[in-house]
Design a protein around this ligand. Structure first.
Ligand code: NAD
Length: 261
């Protein structure tokens, strides 16, 4: 059994959604490596369980627990936050990271009400439910850090249309800013993580041809897709006291995309 690599999250309890894949998986393992105990939540229970088992293997039993949670369902999110309290006694960090991007051609003329509602329910309402139940618990222990995953598409228009997704991520930015302002004096910090295009299942299913992938990379000065672990490292910074004077920010980790014209 390896000891944690660091202690930036020693004694902290984190809940991470979308923990079964991509950013959520890498963040769960990284947070645990820095001393956190982690609730790994995902609609894909098998994925969440595999992540918790990986943490147990690396850092020992009792460092992680898995739960099936569909973030668009209030009862699931409530149970997810309660699990942190019953299992570990409190919640210090919530990473509202689960999200979907419908792979269909999704511009104003082709998108459907079903795609729109599904995307908003998971990407926006899911973040609200998470914040609602985490705030109640964080108040009891004097504060916490909440990170909401938005996207570069909320900061710039995407050339490959994904209208419902873009609108949902814009809502995440707006909601995060308001929450940051309203809860600042309670020492509950809220920041948006804005990833650039990543080599994770979510985007690779959408950019399913060389032509589409090349088209997307034209806009990335670094000329490559990002890796989930690069987002996890940024999320760790936002989760830890290293970012103690940061709240309400749109934190872009995007290979320079937002700096380009
Ligand atoms: P991913 O597909 O690898 O992982 C997403 C995880 O979320 C999956 O495990 C999935 O099962 C889970 N999930 C989906 N719907 C859920 C629900 N209703 N309840 C609970 N869990 C659910 O994708 P990723 O790239 O790691 O994406 C993570 C976040 O990053 C998402 O919010 C996404 O919008 C955002 N993001 C991704 C990119 C990119 O290029 N991949 C860019 C910007 C933002």
């Amino acid at each position: 059994m390896s000891p944690p690599y660091g202690s930036r999250l020693a004694g902290k309890i984190a809940v991470i959604t979308g923990a079964g894949s991509g950013i959520g998986l890498e963040s769960s393992v990284l947070f645990a490596s820095e001393g956190a105990q982690v609730v790994c939540a995902d609609i894909n229970e098998k994925g969440a369980t595999a992540t918790a088992e990986k943490i147990a293997t690396l850092y020992g039993k009792g460092r992680a627990v898995a739960i099936h949670a569909d973030v668009s369902k209030e009862e699931d999110v409530k149970k997810m936050i309660q699990l942190a309290v019953t299992e570990f006694g409190k919640i210090n960090i919530l990473f509202n990271n689960a999200g979907i991007m419908h792979p269909a051609d999704d511009n104003a003329l082709t998108t459907s009400e079903d795609i729109w509602d599904l995307t908003m329910n998971i990407n926006v309402k899911g973040v609200w439910w998470g914040c609602k139940y985490a705030i109640e618990e964080m108040r009891k222990t004097g504060g916490g850090s909440i990170i909401n995953t938005a996207s570069f598409v909320a900061l710039r228009g995407a050339a490959t249309p994904q209208l419902a997704y873009t609108a949902s991520k814009g809502a995440v930015l707006a909601m995060t800013r308001e929450l940051a302002v309203v809860h600042a004096k309670e020492n509950i910090r809220f920041n948006s993580l804005c990833p650039g295009p990543l080599r994770t299942p979510l985007l690779m299913e959408f950019l399913n041809t060389d032509e589409k992938r090349d088209r997307r990379l034209v806009h990335v000065p670094m000329g490559r897709f990002g890796e989930a672990i690069e987002q996890a490292k940024a999320a760790l910074f936002l989760a830890s006291d290293d970012s103690s004077y940061m709240t309400g920010t749109d934190f872009a980790v995007d290979g320079g995309l937002c700096a380009a014209y």
